[in-house]
Structure formats: structure tokens, C-alpha cells
Design a binder for this molecule. Structure first.
Ligand code: PMP
Length: 363
């Protein structure tokens, strides 16, 4: 019996809803505040021209520089095609499809579920508490069969770092049974909250990092997995033979030079300053119900009429990220921090919009 091409695909792939990346969602904007990117780029020059040869699987200079930056040994660092590839490699190396599960705490980053579902690995979700910290008793009750736990800190899209005492407790209750993966994609905006230094104490702790946010290199596709050498060795068994192209390795090494790190820190200072300005200005807009505290390059904001706000801004070319359908986030939009001019344009567009009940009060 002949089947259609679609019917030939794996059942879980047929059922899969792919990750709704900002780029896939489209839009026709000139103020892009929906992907937590850095708003500006600098000029880059390639220094490596030998493109006839395959690249190193793990370019030594990139690894050495990232290890020095993170305060770890080179054997504790893996470089990959974005932190997203790190998420997938961890599930592939540690989770038996159809048997093991991954656990995470919504509202959080969407790729943990997409990668697990693609690989046929079950997802266990334990909603975050009302303050968006870990619900440790509920997690403890759900650990059976869980091999990998993703904890996003600071969390996307809520903006809060995870309480370090809770992370220590989570590491204590999972020791010997599961990996705890701290996704630190935004950690440069609150470096004191990093748990990378704890890898010395916990063989089951893994930390994910990226050049996509504070380093302003989302287009480069370069991320890092930090862990004990035995974890890194397992991931190296399943990674592609040449995960990073020669130009990517070249530019990543430049971004991790002394000058590159100084530039990154300047970028973080600029965005943090803009974030403080934007949070204050948003709090004065009638259509804003609340601005949640953030230690990242984005703000989660609850609006009195989120759908209208999203559409009104979209029509003006200001593109935000809708979080309204995530658990616990009704009425919420996520706003990436742009240049000061972009922040000002956003506020100019928001200020005239009415607050809750304004129209009925007038009617
Ligand atoms: N983790 C989180 C929390 C993120 O927000 C992102 C970026 N969307 C990633 C991982 C993936 O980063 P990368 O661009 O390095 O794949």
C-alpha cells in the first residue's frame, strides 16, 4: 500500500507544533522588539580565509577563550550552533525516547518542549509559583522518570533570576538521578546570579550560554554548554562532525577577545540603562497594568488590553512578542530593550492608548 510523504514521517513529527520563532512569525516592522536581540551591529572582518578545509569540531581558541571567560577548564566547555543545539544534544544524549522525561516550569522558554517532542521524549511540566520561582514540593513529586530538568535563569519571558537556594535544593534532590540544566542565555545582564562556579560541586549541573544576547551575535548562531568533562564527552559523541563553520569560529573568537568582552560589557550597560528608562516610562502609561522586574534585556508587561496594544503597535511597525497564551501570562507582552530612540518610539505609541475601563467610564 502506498502512503503519502506526510504519512511516512514519524507520528510525533506529524503532531509537532514547531517553535514559533520571532522570524517565523514575520511582521513588517522597523522597530523589532520581539526576539531579545541586541538592537545594533558592529562591523566584523573575517581573519580566516581557508574555507577549502573542514573546520575543527571544537575550535580550540573559541573553547579556550570561553573557558577563561566562564572561569572553567577547556574540558568543561562545548561550543555548538546556538544554545538551542545544546538543549537538543542534552536530550539526545541523556533521554531514552518513550521512557525518560524532561521537566521544566512554565511559563518558560519554548524550545525545551519542541526539542523533547521532536525526539519522542515526554515533557513533564510543573508550573512556576506566582512569584515565578520553582515550586520545589511539586517538582519533587514529579521526578519519577525525569532525566533532564531545564531551569531558565534569568527566566524567559518573566525576566527573574531563579533563587539560588532553590537551585541548591533542586540539585540536592536530583543528585544521581537527573541532570539540572541552568539555561543562562541572559546571564550577562545579572552575572552575579550565574551558577557556572557550582559545576565544581555538582557532577549533574549543566549551564547553557549563548553569544546571541549580550554579545549582540544572534545571527552568528553560537552557544556554549558548560559541565563536568564526563558530560561534555557524552555530548561530543552525538554532536555533528562540524557544528561550527570556520567564519563562525573566527568571529566567536574575536567576540571573546579582551576587546570583545569589553564591548559586550558596554552593550550590557547601555541596555540595562535603557531598560530602567523604559520600565519607568511604561509604568506611567494608562494602558499598562504592571511592569515586572527584569534583570535581562527584555521586560514582561501586563496590559489592560494586550491584544489591542499588540495590534496597534504592529500596525505602526513596532513588533513585540505576544505572551498572552502562556500559562499565567494573560494580558502580557514581552518587549526586548532596543536603542533609546526605539524605546521612545514605543512610549510615544503607547501613551495615547486608553487604560482599563476608560471607555466604559466615559460611556
Ligand atoms: N535559551 C533561552 C532562554 C533563550 O531565550 C534562547 C534564545 N531565544 C536560547 C536559549 C537559544 O539561544 P541561541 O540563539 O544561542 O540558540
Amino acid at each position: 500500500m502506498s502512503r503519502s510523504i506526510t504519512e511516512l514521517a514519524r507520528a510525533n513529527v506529524r503532531a509537532l507544533t514547531p517553535y514559533q520563532s520571532a522570524r517565523r512569525l514575520g511582521g513588517n516592522g522597523d522597530v523589532w522588539l520581539n526576539a531579545n536581540e541586541y538592537p545594533l551591529t558592529r562591523d566584523w572582518q573575517l581573519s580566516q580565509q581557508t574555507l577549502n578545509r573542514y573546520p575543527e569540531c571544537q575550535p580550540a581558541e573559541v573553547i579556550a577563550r570561553y573557558a577563561a571567560y566562564a572561569g572553567l577548564a577547556p574540558e568543561q566547555v562545548l561550543v555548538s550552533r546556538g544554545a538551542d543545539e545544546g538543549i537538543e544534544l542534552l536530550i539526545r544524549a541523556f533521554c531514552e525516547p518513550g521512557e525518560d522525561a524532561v521537566l521544566f516550569c512554565p511559563p518558560t522558554y519554548g524550545m525545551y518542549s519542541v526539542s523533547a517532542e521532536t525526539l519522542g521524549v515526554a515533557c513533564r511540566t510543573v508550573p512556576a509559583r506566582a512569584d515565578w520561582q520553582l515550586d520545589l514540593p511539586a517538582i519533587t513529586a514529579q521526578l519519577d522518570g525525569v532525566k533532564v530538568i531545564f531551569v531558565c535563569s534569568p527566566n524567559n519571558p518573566t525576566g527573574n533570576p531563579i533563587n539560588p537556594d532553590d537551585l541548591r535544593q533542586l540539585l540536592a534532590i536530583t543528585a544521581g538521578n537527573a541532570l539540572v540544566v541552568a539555561d543562562e542565555a541572559y546571564i550577562e545582564f545579572c552575572p552575579q546570579a550565574s551558577v557556572a562556579g557550582w559545576i565544581a560541586d555538582y557532577p549533574h549541573l549543566v549551564v547553557l550560554r549563548t553569544l546571541s544576547k549580550a554579545f549582540a551575535l544572534a545571527g552568528l548562531r553560537c552557544g556554549f554548554t558548560l559541565a563536568r568533562p564526563e558530560v561534555i564527552a557524552l555530548l561530543l559523541k552525538v554532536i555533528a562532525p562540524y557544528p561550527l563553520s570556520t567564519p563562525v569560529a573566527d568571529l566567536a573568537a574575536q567576540a571573546l577577545s579582551e576587546a570583545g568582552l569589553a564591548q559586550m560589557r558596554q552593550q550590557v550597560a547601555t541596555l540595562s540603562e535603557n531598560r530602567r528608562w523604559l520600565a519607568d516610562a511604561l509604568a506611567d502609561c494608562p494602558c499598562v497594568a504592571s511592569v515586572f522586574p527584569s534583570e535581562t534585556n527584555y521586560l514582561l508587561v501586563r496590559f489592560t488590553a494586550a491584544e489591542q496594544v499588540f495590534k496597534t503597535l504592529w500596525d505602526q511597525g513596532i513588533i513585540l512578542r505576544d505572551q498572552n497564551r502562556q500559562p499565567g501570562l494573560s494580558g502580557c507582552l514581552r518587549i526586548s530593550i532596543g536603542t533609546r530612540t526605539e524605546c521612545e518610539r514605543l512610549i510615544t505609541a503607547l501613551r495615547p492608548l486608553p487604560g482599563a475601563g476608560t471607555s466604559t467610564e466615559q460611556a
